[in-house]
Design a protein. Structure first.
Ligand code: F6R
Length: 608
């Protein structure tokens, strides 16, 4: 979940390493560091906290090394101190690591017994010493890395720099992503294409188990069995990876505001807009008619997208759906029926638990459909069928536009499967597609009323605990709303199915705790309003998100009202996501929180 980079350049590389790390900061920002080779000597500069702390330190030193590695950390083992910051080094090498080395304790004991002195509490340092030990026994760099890798348990991507090798970087991947880029000024290694975009014109991805030996003139890949292999080199279009806030104060604000466009783009990819039908941009690897069950596995916000889709797949395609968070699903040993479909959902396409769920399902004979935002990611590549969300790079750590694009893809999929299974008629499809295409415009309307919602967000910011409630598809959105508020503002929040309140949580209600009622206009609206009455009767502090008509029907005293148009659409919940995101965003901004990089989080969670 950290970001790693390596550069074999023809000029001093420190500033380019920092630039690449800035693009990788979404993967973690507990500390950052780099190492370059200065006249045959490894020089490391590291700092705890965000990248600008490293930059401040670098301003005071002149690094001239034309080869180097860098790291931005999301701490797993050891506190986010400078000592624990990567690169980790020995007298022979420095290494940056993304992932977890599960057996680091036993390696540490073994190597300490051989005289190695550990300076940090990290798992990663064991890798530096393990390779160093092999070199002490006489192995060259490549042989030492090759000997060390099979001894490592866990998931990782690594890049090594050696103090006697001014023209060599070695990279390895098992479980965590790593790519090689070629540019006019050198050869680059990095966690993803985003990091390499300013420098490289072509890129190749390491496959699972690969090792890469890179010099300025030659890049050689070896597979897990040690065989020399080719990896496809493809063009890297720098323009498509612009990391820019535009006129917005935060990436998150920009990404919330991009939603009408990216949801529209995603829908255009899945719909025949002229015919008013769904036209999936891929062949299905299964026959929808004989599909026995759909299983969905994902994490966090992507899981909530799946939870929403369960309602659509059950209702519109009459499919039985089982869904779980990927971290549980992967260990449940769930029996998976013959001719079943497993859908994994992931913005990054690298989430370790989701990837493991995919592999479990694959082993058990399931068809795999991946709904993914990063086309080149591991989940995208390992899925039988790839359903892309066209959200573009999502930089804000809290997911926003990826979520609504996931919902858009699921909506199209549910209609397509309903049609293919003979459950929906042609007229049903036309009606549903007609409703779906109104979504981007309605999202734009919702965004136009942003200012009206700010005072409500400020009211929420004063609370120490908040409840979100909804029914039907608004229930997963209630969960998502609570997650957004928690992660951005650090205010405790919980999402509940509105009908569950009376089974316990209603005991919490008092006039200090905002209860945010999500009331889209569907068959559950009346019931949601009854639940709202139960809260009102107990003096609850109610914030209502719904239409003016629904508010009138609610006939209760409200502490806040976020008005949305009366949306006659089965997919209104996609529009309702906008005020839910904005409330969390504005509450956090009001509180002075770092909305783009909330504490303790990372954008791409490649550890389990
Ligand atoms: C919350 C958030 C996370 C991610 C989760 C899965 O705002 O962003 O909960 O949704 O870590 O990540 P992906 O979608 O990359 O698999």
């Amino acid at each position: 979940m950290c970001g790693i980079v390596g550069i074999l350049g023809r000029q001093p590389v420190a500033s380019s390493i920092v630039e690449a790390l800035r693009r990788l900061e979404y993967r973690g920002y507990d500390s950052a560091g780099l190492a370059t080779l200065e006249d045959g000597r490894l020089t490391r500069v590291r700092a705890s906290g965000k990248l600008h702390n490293l930059e401040e330190k670098l301003a005071a030193v002149r690094l001239t090394g034309e080869i180097g590695i860098g790291h931005t950390r999301w701490a797993t083992h050891g506190r986010p101190t400078e000592i624990n910051a990567h690169p980790h080094a020995s007298d022979k090498l420095a290494v940056v690591h993304n992932g977890i080395i599960e057996n680091f304790r036993e390696l540490r004991e073994e190597l300490t017994a051989k005289g190695h002195v550990f300076a940090t509490q990290t798992d990663s340092e064991a890798v530096a010493h393990l390779v160093t030990e092999a070199m002490r026994q006489g192995a060259g760099p490549a042989a030492a890395v090759a000997a060390a890798l099979p001894r490592l348990r866990g998931a990782f991507a690594l890049v090594f720099l050696f103090n006697a090798e001014p023209d060599l970087l070695i990279g390895a991947r098992r479980g965590s992503p790593l790519a090689v880029g070629w540019g006019a000024a050198g050869v680059y290694l990095g966690s993803d294409a985003l990091a390499l975009a300013p420098f490289a014109h072509t890129i190749a991805y390491l496959e699972e188990g690969d090792q890469v030996i890179a010099t300025r003139a030659h890049v050689v890949f070896h597979d897990a069995a040690g065989r020399e292999v080719e990896r496809r080199r493809q063009p890297l279009l720098a323009g498509s990876f612009l990391v820019d806030k535009g006129n917005f104060r935060h990436f998150m604000a920009k990404e919330i505001h991009e939603q009408p466009e990216v949801v529209g783009r995603t829908l255009a990819h899945y719909l025949d807009l002229a015919a008013g039908t769904v036209r999936l941009p891929f062949e299905l690897s299964f026959d929808p008619k004989t599909l026995s069950r759909v299983t969905i596995a994902a994490c966090g916000t992507a899981y909530y997208a799946g939870l929403t889709a369960r309602y659509w797949l059950e209702r519109l395609a009459r499919l039985a759906v089982d869904i779980d968070v990927a971290s549980e699903f992967r260990y449940r040993e769930a029996p998976l029926p013959e001719n079943g479909l497993t859908i994994v959902v992931s913005q990054s396409g690298e989430t370790a638990d989701t990837l493991a769920s995919l592999r479990y399902a694959k082993q058990h004979g399931q068809h795999i459909l991946g709904i993914v935002n990063v086309e080149t990611s591991t989940i995208a590549r390992e899925s039988d069928t790839l359903a892309l969300t066209l959200a573009g790079p999502e930089i804000g750590v809290a997911s926003t536009k990826a979520f609504t694009c996931q919902l858009a893809v699921f909506a199209c999929l549910a209609i397509a499967l309903g049609r293919a299974r003979g459950v929906l008629s042609e007229a049903d499809e036309k009606r549903l597609v007609g409703e779906l295409v109104t979504t981007p415009g309605l999202m734009a309307d919702a965004l136009n009323h942003e200012a009206r919602l700010e005072p409500v967000a400020h009211d929420i910011a004063r609370a120490s605990s908040v409840l979100y409630v909804g029914r039907g598809v608004a229930y997963p959105l209630a969960l998502e709303g609570a997650l957004k508020l928690k992660e951005l503002s650090y205010i405790h929040a919980e999402g509940y199915a509105a009908g569950e309140l009376k089974h316990g949580p209603i005991a919490l209600i008092d006039d200090n705790m905002p209860v945010i009622v999500l009331a889209p206009p569907d068959a559950t609206l009346e019931k949601t309003i009854s639940n709202l009455q139960e809260v009102a009767a107990r003096g609850g502090h109610i914030i209502f998100i719904g239409s003016a008509r629904a508010r009138e029907a609610a006939a209760a005293e409200l502490a806040g009202f976020v008005e949305l148009p009366d949306i006659a659409s089965a997919f209104a919940v996609i529009v309702y996501a906008v005020p839910v995101q904005l409330l969390a965003y504005h509450a956090a901004v009001f509180m002075g929180k770092d909305v783009d990089q909330p504490r303790n989080l990372a954008k791409s969670v490649t550890v389990e």
